[in-house]
Design a protein around this ligand. Structure first.
Ligand code: AMP
Ligand code: GLY
Length: 422
């Protein structure tokens, strides 16, 4: 089978690494990919937001599976566009259609879906510019801290949490006034939930699902979970506090009602569901849905999946999907993200990376890195994720740190405290 993976991060390197291990694979393409994905397939420069070009590529290369890494093409309707082509009906698109992708693309849609399906989440109300005054009155009725969320995709920056009521009102006005462009035409205000977050993943064909390993990521740039939000600075799988009884609550209260909700809502969903959860006194609540895998969560969950993931994805929508067995490696996995100095604000690009050949006992998943005439150079803020596995997550973490220290580029930075809170 020929496969095209869309994306260029550590998540896509991990997907490419895994897919390349499948005996079902004939040829793997990654658009645009990075220096890591190039070890497992052919990187192609294809404008993946230009869907006519994507379908031309699928035809030309006889691709039978399209795996969409990031959310944007899904929200923009790449699944719908491919499935509209009469001659491409047999292509498996891993990632939901645009309507189902609203679970990530619209906070209001996701909140309504959860309300309809009795899925535990923070209490909320949604406002647009016409009801700014009601929004302020609603804030008066809430307790600090105030959680304001731009309805649409805002590159991970659309959530603002404030302690001061007057600041929250001003922020609401600014968001509804266009602070995040179209994304904040509507704003969801919700109750603040206090607890520890975790990420739970399933692969579903819309009716049946398989649990994948869970993970905890570290989103803030600074040690002790301080400073600006990032795409993720490291991750651990499995999550030590997500024991059997907690995961049973996650299944019964969240995963099953979500999958059942797809049919009830008429949502076409084949792909990964990423449940962003928070553990409030032993009870799980949904903070957000994502319609894709996480990054850097992929760099710890994919290495723990023993089953042939390509074969499993190919079975979606057939009776073999339900009966498939998904096996996990019982060892823990940890990853430490190496970032460019200044990230998540301004940072340099094109920095030469050395020391990769010194790494022993870890897998280095490349993110913002590419091959060039000068060897591998940085192209982004999050540059590489150093993943290790061991029966004790603390030993895996030590291995990740030992190998992180082997890799060098100008102003390289990483968090030294991944797992500190566990
Ligand atoms: P989101 O983009 O929805 O993942 O939100 C970004 C981050 O804001 C989450 O990872 C949480 O840390 C935090 N957050 C979002 N909603 C809430 C909430 N209702 N209560 C507490 N923290 C929240
Ligand atoms: N690491 C969080 C995300 O992928 O959204």
């Amino acid at each position: 089978m020929n496969v095209l993976v869309i994306g260029s991060g550590g998540r896509e390197h991990a997907l490419a690494w895994k897919i390349a291990q499948s005996p079902l694979l004939n040829k793997l393409y990654i658009a645009p990919g990075n220096s890591g994905t190039e070890e497992h397939g052919e990187n192609v420069s294809l404008d993946t937001n230009n869907f006519p070009l994507v379908v031309d590529f699928l035809r030309e290369k006889n691709v039978k599976m399209l795996v969409v890494g990031p959310e944007d093409p899904l929200v923009m309707g790449i699944n719908d566009y491919v499935r509209m082509q009469p001659d491409l009906k047999d292509i498996k698109v891993v990632g939901p259609n645009s309507e189902a992708a609203q679970l990530e693309g619209s906070k209001e849609f996701a909140k309504e879906f959860m309300a309809q399906n009795n899925i535990p989440t923070a209490k909320y109300a949604s406002f647009s510019i016409e009801d700014l005054e009601q929004g302020k009155i609603f804030l008066d009725s809430m307790e600090a801290p105030y959680v304001l969320k731009a309805d649409g995709l805002a590159a991970g920056k659309g959530v603002v949490i404030l302690d001061d009521l007057e600041e929250a009102k001003a922020e609401l006005e600014s968001m509804l006034g266009g602070k995040f462009g179209m994304a904040s035409e509507k704003v969801v205000i919700e109750e603040f939930l206090s607890g520890i977050e975790l990420s739970v993943f399933v692969l579903t064909d819309g009716t049946h699902y398989h649990m994948l390993p869970n993970a905890k990521d570290y989103k803030r740039i600074g040690e002790g979970d301080t400073g600006l939000n990032t795409g993720g600075m490291g991750a651990i799988s499995p999550v030590p506090f997500a024991d059997e009884s907690f995961m049973k609550k996650v299944l019964d209260r969240i995963v099953e009602p979500t999958i059942n909700g797809f049919s009830a809502y008429g949502l076409h969903y084949e792909g990964f569901v990423f449940f962003g959860l928070i553990n409030v006194d032993g009870n799980p609540y949904v903070i957000e849905y994502n319609v894709r895998l996480g990054d850097p969560e992929s760099e710890v969950i994919i290495p723990r999946i023993k089953t042939d993931l390509l074969a499993l994805m190919a079975k979606m929508g057939t009776p073999q999907f339900e009966s498939a067995k998904v096996e996990f490696d019982p060892r823990a996995a940890t990853t430490v993200m190496l970032v460019s100095g200044g990230y998540p604000e301004g940072y340099k690009k094109g920095l030469e990376i050395s020391g990769l050949d010194m790494v022993e006992g870890s897998i280095v998943f490349h993110a913002g890195a590419k091959n060039s005439d000068d060897g591998i150079v940085t192209t982004g803020g999050r540059v590489m994720a150093v993943t290790s596995m061991d029966s004790e997550w603390k030993n895996a973490l030590i291995m990740s740190y030992v190998n992180a220290a082997m890799i060098q580029f100008e102003d390289m930075d990483f968090r030294k405290d991944i797992g500190f809170d566990l």
